[in-house]
Design a protein around this ligand. Sequence first.
Ligand SMILES: NC(=O)c1ccc[n+]([C@@H]2O[C@H](COP(=O)([O-])OP(=O)(O)OC[C@H]3O[C@@H](n4cnc5c(N)ncnc54)[C@H](OP(=O)(O)O)[C@@H]3O)[C@@H](O)[C@H]2O)c1
Length: 236
Amino acid sequence: MRLGFLGTGTIASAVVRALAGQGHQITVSQRSAHHAKALAAELPEVEIGSNDQVVAASDVIFLGLLATDAPDILSCLSFRADQSVISFIAGLPLDDVAALVAPASAPALMLPYPGIAKGGSPILALGDTALLDALFTPANRIFALTTQAQLQAYLCAQAVLSPAAQMVDAASDWLDDGARGEEFLRLLVATSLAAQPAQDLITALNTEGGYNQRLRLHMERAGMVGALRDGLEDLA
Ligand SMILES: NC(=O)c1ccc[n+]([C@@H]2O[C@H](COP(=O)([O-])OP(=O)(O)OC[C@H]3O[C@@H](n4cnc5c(N)ncnc54)[C@H](OP(=O)(O)O)[C@@H]3O)[C@@H](O)[C@H]2O)c1
């Protein structure tokens, strides 16, 4: 496919890397210049262009822009009816994107994570996911949502990632064995949670008086679960 990216920032760069090596022709916009140059240097199928050139050269256009910038940028561009636009912009409802890119269609909103670059990553999606399925599965997994309210709830719940990462970081600091200790903890947490539901893992780790049970009970008494729920309510 001929794929284009408007806004070559953190997440667009990860998605370009996810799509590399599959025979696509990819045009990325020149901003951010350092990301665009790195992608073009690394991947033979990537070319850099102005926003107009990205739109002219592509059948599918991904929006990696900030919600605050997107309306002004998109309203200056001329899309065609045979184009599809996939937005990464959580803060801009799909109907608004559709109005801004008409007569192109805007079938889906897609919220990828940086891990998509290496595959095996979850992707939140709203709308018609047929194109996303064709481009990103089975290397990644799409979680298709049906309403904006559902998307809002997932956006809140997914924020557990940052405190979870901070816990691993703090345990690694305490362990004080540098990169090896951190890698061990990351692999332990990632593979254990990938393998089974969280409640099953908690049960499996609930040996009476064991290290896992004692630390979990300590954290619960310190208010960990309540603080998380309060934080989620606050976000919602
Ligand atoms: N990061 C994530 O994990 C993630 C995940 C899912 C969805 N998203 C969404 O994806 C969008 C991008 O996020 P991000 O983290 O990738 O942000 P980012 O790195 O700041 O990317 C935004 C990009 O827009 C570019 N830009 C600004 N003005 C432009 C213009 N006139 N024409 C073309 N490009 C322009 C910026 O270039 P300059 O650097 O030159 O200003 C930058 O490369 C956001 O809406 C975010 O909510 C992000």
